[in-house]
Write a protein that binds this ligand. Structure first.
Ligand code: URA
Length: 249
């Protein structure tokens, strides 16, 4: 019907796993080029596939966390940000992704993962048979580090309570920590992501799977297969099927 505008789950999975379409390699979290957003699959999961998590927090909500952040001046990242990038997605999602921090595109748009790394994250989610709107996406730091540098320890420390509160509000069954900063912040460890990924961890009683950050995967597409292994484990943990691969032509 809408032809090239929509990708099937299988197309998305194959394109993610096979490392296409990646174009030029990038060393940044986001690129200036307009991202090609992969639209939701033509065969979306059944509405019940990621039904609301049954455990709800009676006290903490995403709105209350956002209100607490306010017009935050708790660290130096406030000085050069365009806006605070809080989080996006289903407020009671069973699956939550945590990234590092906003890049240029996210800073401009006010939404996490909308640049090139975001395009790849969307492909990963679609390949899992899900939609972005099925999951919740947040970052360790809510303001863009200038020039897309790494967030510094004092910046992470200032933002960490809000990330933890977001998790408390969403109460996901599974958290996917994307990359070193998310995994190390949530697990309060200095272990490298290459050692953390691919095995289950626990964050405040919730299942946590560390995997590679999409920006790293843009630079190292050969590791996408490992990320896909991690996502298959996540689907298994959620009791969801792994979408079937499309037979190769
Ligand atoms: N990288 C991140 O970690 N988060 C974003 O929101 C975008 C890129």
């Amino acid at each position: 019907m809408v032809g090239g505008l929509r990708a099937t789950v299988e197309d998305a999975r194959d394109s993610f796993v096979d490392g296409f379409p990646m174009g030029a390699r990038s060393t940044e979290r986001s690129a200036n080029a307009e991202p090609v957003i992969v639209l939701p699959a033509t065969t979306p999961p059944t509405p019940s596939a990621l039904a609301t998590s049954t455990e709800r927090s009676p006290t903490i909500t995403l709105a209350s966390v956002r209100e607490e952040i306010g017009d935050c001046r708790r660290c130096k990242l406030c000085e050069r940000r365009t806006q605070i990038v809080f989080g996006v997605g289903k407020a009671d999602a069973r699956l939550m992704f945590v990234g590092e921090g906003p890049g240029e595109d996210e800073d401009r748009k006010g939404e996490p993962f909308v640049g090139r790394a975001g395009q790849l994250l969307t492909e990963i989610i679609t390949a899992m048979g899900l939609l972005r709107s099925d999951v919740y996406i947040a970052n360790v730091v809510k303001c863009r580090p200038p020039g897309n540098r790494n967030p510094e320890p004092d910046e992470i420390a200032a933002c960490q309570p809000f990330l933890f509160s977001q998790i408390d509000a969403v109460r996901p069954d599974v958290i996917v920590a994307l990359g070193k900063f998310a995994a190390q912040t949530l697990l309060e460890t200095a272990t490298p992501i290459s050692k953390l990924r691919g095995t289950w961890h626990t964050f405040r009683g919730r299942r946590l799977m560390p995997t590679f950050h999409p920006s790293y995967l843009l630079r190292t597409p050969s590791d996408k297969k490992l990320c896909w292994e991690d996502m298959k484990a996540v689907l298994g943990e959620l009791g969801l099927p792994v979408p079937k691969a499309k037979p190769k032509a």
